[in-house]
Design a protein around this ligand. Structure first.
Ligand SMILES: C[S@@+](CC[C@H](N)C(=O)[O-])C[C@H]1O[C@@H](n2cnc3c(N)ncnc32)[C@H](O)[C@@H]1O
Length: 349
C-alpha cells in the first residue's frame, strides 16, 4: 500500500517498513493486568479449584455472562494463568499459589493497591513536568496511612526469597542470643524466616507505629512474636546501641529514602552492627547506565511519583556507598523468585 501523507521525518512510505508491534505491545500490556484483576474480583480461580471446569459451569457458579466467561478464561490461558484441555480449564501453579483468597500468599490485596497506584501513573506527565510527586510515602503521616495496607499486601512477593536468604546466611547456625534488626519491617517478611530458622535468636523490628501493627500481626500469625521486640518510629530519630546486632536487614527501604538518606541509613547500620556482622539489602537494581532492566527502570518512575527523593540504585552505586561507609566487599545473591533485577546484596562490617 502506498501512503501519500508525508511526515516531518520524511515520506511515510519509507517509515512504513517498521511494524508498530513494539508500541502495540506496550499499549496493550495494561489489558493483561485488567484481565487478571477481573478474574480475581470474580473469584474465578477459586471456582475452578472447587471443581467447575468448563466455561459454562464456571459462569453459572460465578453468576457471570457465559460469553464473557469464555473470553476472559481463554485470555487467562494465553497469559499462562490457566491451562485448557478440550473445553476444561485448570489453574496454573501461579494462580493456585497467588490468586486464591484466604491462602497464605494471596496477592489480591496487592492487585487492588496497584490499581490505586495507577491513578498516580495517570498524572505522570504533570509530575514529570512539575517535578512534584503526587504523594510522599516516606513522610511519617503519609507512610502510616499508606504502608499498613501496602506492607501487608507485598508479603507474598518476598516470603519465598526471604527463606532463601535465611538458608544462604545459615541463620540456623547463629549462636544463641544473636540479634537481628529488621529495619522498615512492614509485614516482617524478611525476618520471619530468620526467626523460624533459629529459635535461639531474637529480632528487633523497627517501623512507624501504625505499620508495626502489621509487623505484630504477621509475627503472631507465624508463631514467632514472642521473640520480637517492636520499636516504633523513624529510623532516623532512633538511637540504638553501637556494635549490638549480628544481622541488620534493609528490606526495600532504600528506594524510598533516596541517595542522601540511604547513605545516612547505611552509615547508621554500620554503627549498630557488631564487627563481622552482616547487612542484608533487598532492592531492585538498575544496570550501570540505569537504562534497564525494564522493571526497575519503570519502578524508578514509580518512586518519582510517590516520593520527593526516592530512586533506584545500580549495584555499583550501592557498593560504592557501602565501601565509603566502611563495609567490606559485598556479595550478591540471586533470588529465584524475582530474577536478575532484584537480588540481595550482603555486606560485612
Ligand atoms: C516497601 S515497604 C517494605 C516493607 C518490608 N521491609 C518488605 O520488604 O516487605 C517500606 C517500609 O518502610 C517503612 N518506612 C519508610 N520510611 C521509614 C522510616 N523513616 N523509618 C522507619 N520505617 C520506615 C514503611 O512504613 C514501610 O513499612
Amino acid at each position: 500500500m502506498k501512503l501519500e501523507m508525508k511526515s516531518e521525518a520524511g515520506p511515510a512510505e519509507e517509515k512504513s517498513q517498521l511494524p508498530p508491534m513494539q508500541l502495540m505491545q506496550v499499549l496493550h500490556t495494561p489489558w493483561a493486568f485488567y484481565a487478571v484483576r477481573a478474574a480475581v474480583e470474580l473469584d474465578l480461580f477459586s471456582v475452578i479449584k472447587q471443581g467447575k471446569k468448563t466455561a459454562c459451569e464456571i459462569s453459572s457458579q460465578a453468576n457471570i455472562d457465559p460469553r464473557g466467561a469464555e473470553v476472559l478464561l481463554n485470555s487467562l490461558v494465553a497469559l499462562g494463568f490457566l491451562s485448557k484441555h478440550e473445553d476444561k480449564f485448570e489453574n496454573a501453579e501461579v494462580a493456585e499459589t497467588y490468586l486464591i483468597p484466604n491462602t497464605p500468599l494471596f496477592m489480591g490485596h496487592y492487585i487492588k493497591i496497584n490499581a490505586e497506584m495507577q491513578k498516580a501513573w495517570y498524572q505522570l506527565a504533570d509530575v514529570i513536568r512539575s517535578g512534584k510527586p503526587v504523594m510522599e510515602v516516606n513522610q511519617q503521616i503519609v507512610a502510616e496511612e499508606f504502608f499498613p495496607a501496602l506492607a501487608s499486601s507485598i508479603f507474598p512477593l518476598n516470603f519465598f526469597n526471604a527463606n532463601v536468604v535465611a538458608r544462604e546466611l545459615k541463620i540456623d547456625e547463629l549462636a544463641k542470643g544473636s540479634r537481628v534488626l529488621d529495619v522498615a519491617s512492614g509485614s516482617a517478611v524478611w525476618s520471619i524466616p530468620f526467626a523460624q530458622a533459629n529459635p535461639e535468636i531474637s529480632i528487633d523490628a523497627l517501623d512507624f507505629p501504625q505499620v508495626l501493627n502489621v509487623t505484630k500481626e504477621y509475627a503472631n500469625k507465624f508463631g514467632v512474636d514472642s521473640r520480637y521486640k517492636f520499636i516504633g518510629g523513624d529510623w532516623h530519630e532512633c538511637k540504638l546501641e553501637s556494635n549490638s546486632y549480628d544481622v541488620v536487614i534493609l528490606g526495600h527501604i532504600l528506594h524510598s529514602e533516596g541517595r542522601v538518606r540511604s547513605e545516612q541509613l547505611i552509615a547508621w547500620c554500620q554503627e549498630i552492627l557488631k564487627p563481622g556482622g552482616q547487612l542484608v539489602i533487598a532492592e531492585f537494581f538498575l544496570d550501570k547506565e540505569k537504562t534497564g532492566p525494564v522493571p526497575p527502570a519503570l519502578f524508578a518512575i514509580n518512586m518519582f511519583l510517590a516520593t520527593a527523593n526516592g530512586c533506584v540504585f545500580s549495584q555499583e552505586e550501592l557498593e560504592s556507598i557501602l565501601k565509603s561507609k566502611g563495609f567490606g566487599k559485598s556479595r550478591r545473591l540471586e533470588m529465584p523468585g524475582y530474577g536478575k533485577e532484584s537480588p540481595i546484596l550482603i555486606a560485612s562490617k
